[in-house]
Write a protein that binds this ligand. Structure first.
Ligand code: SF4
Length: 326
């Protein structure tokens, strides 16, 4: 095991070399910052030893830091008599090793699953939308034909039907609901008691329940907007004129023409943008909720093909290849 200033081999009651000196390196002399620094160093080496375990190290750390021993030692360290600190430190290290050996079959809210991707919603989740626990503007529709990746093994595949997902943070795979109140606090799920089915099934100690959710009916836009015929008609119209297939073949044309023929893509981008703006304004739907109603915009999806849309000062939109310098 490591300490910041000491290297020790054991926490089994044998006093490690160096800890017998009542010096600044001894727990009795640590202030809370030195205590924390030594704790992190110890955890690092403990988790390195467990690196072959399937359980993520963040989850192990979370479980250890939720033990009564950790809570008691940390909260009392500053006011603890110096003579009691060595004993408290040893109790903590033993509790940590024990905790690592006994993984609780329960979610400790470490947030590890939430950093690997946001959940896909199931029909069973519809009451969470109806009650406003999950707001519409935090959802996106991935449409049939779009590329996606498996939440279980990360492998890419093409969607054979629409899927509705919670948004992920910009440029990350992390769920938008994983947040912390202050910079010092660990991030946790802000809708934990009302989290969707997939999140409730995810268990780092047992992958089977989450995999089983893949056989349960997924939520579709048709379920959410059932009975609102006008919106269903708009969705159908958008799909037939602005399906992902159309965008994909327009980009293929750019490749075939060695980058010469960009007009088809530009026309599609412009048409889809007008369609979305018109629906948003005409039916007073906030623009943030349009990604649920019509899926991601074509402009957003250009990145899937190695391009992005840039706006010139005069309002003209250009298609820029990722290979092109700013
Ligand atoms: S909804 Fe909550 S539990 Fe589910 S991935 Fe997002 S942050 Fe995690």
């Amino acid at each position: 095991m490591k300490t910041v200033q000491n290297k020790t081999d054991s926490i089994d009651g044998k006093e490690p070399q160096g800890l017998s000196d009542l010096s600044i390196n001894h727990p009795s002399a640590w202030d809370i910052d030195q205590f924390r620094a030594n704790w992190y160093a110890f955890l690092e080496s403990l988790l390195e030893e467990e690196a072959s375990s399937l359980i993520p190290s963040r989850r192990m750390r979370c479980q250890i830091e939720q033990t009564p021993v950790f809570q008691e030692v940390v909260s009392g360290w500053d006011t603890m008599k110096s003579s009691l600190r060595l004993d408290a430190w040893k109790r903590l290290l033993l509790a940590a090793e024990e905790s690592c050996r006994t993984i609780l079959p329960a979610c400790v809210q470490c947030g590890e699953c939430c950093r690997m991707g946001s959940p896909t919603l199931h029909l069973e989740d519809i009451p969470l939308l109806q009650s406003g626990k999950i707001p519409w503007d935090q959802l996106i529709t991935l449409r049939k034909g779009e590329p996606a990746r498996s939440p279980f093994d990360g492998k890419p595949f093409i969607l054979t039907e629409d899927k509705i997902k919670v948004r992920e943070k910009e440029g990350l795979r992390e769920c938008v609901f994983l947040t912390s109140q202050t910079a010092d606090e660990a991030a946790v799920c802000s809708i934990y008691n009302d989290r969707p089915l997939q999140c409730r099934a995810q268990a780092c100690w047992d992958p089977i329940p989450a995999r089983e959710t893949a056989d349960m009916p997924f939520l579709l836009r048709e379920n959410i907007f059932a009975g609102v015929d006008l919106l269903l008609k708009i969705m159908g119209e958008h799909e037939s004129r602005c399906g992902f297939e159309a965008l994909s073949s327009a980009f293929e044309e750019i490749n075939r023409s060695n980058g010469e023929n960009v007009n088809e893509v530009l026309e599609l981008l412009s048409y889809e943008d007008h369609f979305r703006q018109f629906v948003s304004e005409r039916f007073n739907i906030p623009s943030e909720s349009m990604d649920l109603l019509l899926g991601r915009s074509f402009a957003q999806m250009t990145t899937l093909f190695g391009f992005r849309v840039s706006c010139e000062p005069d309002g003209t939109r250009c298609l820029v290849s990722d290979d092109q310098k700013e």
